[in-house]
Write a new protein. Sequence first.
Length: 374
Amino acid sequence: MAAEPRDDKDGPIQLGGHVRPKQPGGRATVKSVLPKAGGFKVANMPTRPAVFITGANGFVGSHLARALDQAGYPIRALVRKGADRTRVANVNIEWIEGDLNDREALAQGCKDAGLIFHVAGRVKAPDLAAYRMANVQGTINLLDAAEGSRSTLQRFVYVSSLAAAGPARDGHAKSEIDPESPTTPYGISKLEGELAVRKRADRMPVTVVRPPAVYGPGDTEVLGFFQAVNWHIKPLFKNPPVRMTMVHITDLVDGILLAAEKPEAVGEVFFIAENQHYDLATAEDLIQAALGTWAVRVRIPGPLLLTIAGIAELVGKVGGFTPKLNRHKARDFMQNDWTCSIEKAMSRLGYQSRIPFAEGTKQTVEWYRANGWL
């Protein structure tokens, strides 16, 4: 059971056990089909610390913002001018227009903030330099701005990625003490962003959270696998299939909030995920069951996958956009093991994953269908 929020006179206010979103954002018309959460009640507390979020209009950030809003926290959020805010249309947010290179906007957001959640990040870019500009320099800019709020700052939480740690080796799930070995420009940039955060640990209360693949209502990154199975295709890129760990968005938000609450989290790195590993074939079978359809296994050899990714890159270059599939992403699919261990988060934060993939896929399919994505 997740603990109820409380006023802890000896430490930060407890945040764990957020309310599941009533309206998990998406495109223009959004209909929620998430189950009601139980047990979370906002206690009578003194004035809650101001929260500053980057990436609040994205998938992870919108769920986090809604949880904090429902718990009564005043929220400020950074947003690019003209960016889509549909996901958080009903969330109480004071918007600050700007980006991670706008030092004035960052200073305004961080002013007197008690909690800072750095969720924004670039997941598609043409090269390492572009990733670094957003995920490294942007993080440094935010850290510099946060330095001005050290008198009020209770926690700076950086949402990183399993990609920063790299794949697991020798059949053992990746742990926080294993050497980092990112395999893509994105992973390299997220690790460098982590290192920038960890360097401030001597003068700021920082925590790093590393989720693996995140899925759930409103997600677009894993949507492609649901669509493929809905089209009766279950792709496999290697034999045996890649092993992986995943996390439902609700569990991830719980973990992020615990990282912001627990004194034990300061200066530490945590994987936040489901306490279960899957291979790709099993995951696709569970998606198929949630869809209630038939599908056939289609093996796509590595060389063919790389060729398709190369063509996608070429089309993107000609069309002036960055495709979701590129050669780096293809090589990710060809790794043996993308699993991670959550033992540290369980023992130090009291984190528990509550939504197994079989249940989470059903919620996600229902949401996708209700919103016309499938």
